[in-house]
Design a protein around this ligand. Structure first.
Ligand SMILES: [Fe+2]
Ligand SMILES: [Fe+2]
Length: 263
């Protein structure tokens, strides 16, 4: 009898042997099954009929700044993930990262499109104008790690730190965002969750095999933490999260990273 595939209703990915599990969850086949549920019928990340509610001028201004910074984060993720394909030590990781490149390219595209929907005439120029200094610096350091071919350190910066930061911020933002922005962010968050899962799985395995690499991960974390927390503070302020709640979100990001054992 033929083995069930991810298209069969009886298929359960967690029943698979470890190697088969890796083969499945890192495949384009699995990726397509994952995204088709929430992207089918959408146009630029939201239902074509979703009603755009008018925003007050000051809310629109702040939303544009926030989306511009998301574009910087997504460009970092796109360039980071594509650079990681070349240095990934195995085929599973290369294939998964190639699906991630597609996701990050889509994220950048839908966010730029959202800026255009909000009336920004030249979204890319606006991103250049509004990008925060701390996020630009984070991007520079991430791409330097990828360029240095330091696989574990670069994967940690990209698929744990950057992804956990984006996940926490987008998840928080979509709860108070206008309905169209919330739909766009909702689709992105689903992808980011998959990216974090890959980083956790791949790094966890590498660190079990070579525990001495843990010290390097700790070094990268210490190097990037201040930048990440500064970026958090700026973005959460623009989203309109009260100052009293911002440290909690910063801490929830840090504890998410700590839970993965990367401290
Ligand atoms: Fe992304
Ligand atoms: Fe991502």
């Amino acid at each position: 009898m033929a083995k069930p595939t991810s298209r069969d209703s009886c298929f359960e990915v967690h029943d698979l042997e470890p190697r088969e599990f890796l083969e499945q969850v890192h495949s384009f086949e699995f990726w397509f099954q994952s995204v088709e549920g929430y992207l089918a019928g959408t146009s630029y990340g939201h239902r074509p009929g979703a009603r755009d509610e008018p925003l007050a001028a000051s809310d629109r201004e702040r939303l544009i700044t926030v989306l511009c910074n998301y574009c910087v984060g997504e460009t970092a993720a796109l360039e980071g993930a594509s650079g990681l394909v070349a240095i990934a030590p195995n085929r599973f990781a290369k294939v998964f990262l190639s699906t991630q490149v597609v996701d990050e390219g889509r994220h950048l595209e839908v966010l730029l499109h959202r800026l255009a929907e909000l009336g920004v005439a030249d979204p890319e120029a606006e991103v250049e104008r509004r990008a925060s200094a701390s996020l630009r610096e984070f991007k520079r350091r991430l791409l330097a790690l990828v360029g240095s071919k330091d696989w574990e350190a670069a994967l940690f910066a990209q698929n744990v730190i950057l992804e956990a930061m984006e996940f926490t911020v987008f998840q928080t933002h979509l709860q108070s965002a206008d309905p169209v922005t919330a739909e766009v962010l909702g689709g992105i968050v689903k992808d980011e969750r998959r990216h974090i899962g890959f980083g956790e799985n791949e790094l966890g395995r590498r660190l079990r095999e070579s525990p001495h690499r843990r010290a390097r991960i700790g070094e990268v974390k210490r190097d990037l933490d201040a930048l990440v927390l500064e970026t958090f503070e700026e973005t959460l302020r623009e989203i309109g999260i009260p100052a009293s709640e911002r440290p909690d979100l910063g801490r929830s990001y840090l504890s998410a990273v700590a839970r993965l054992g990367f401290v």
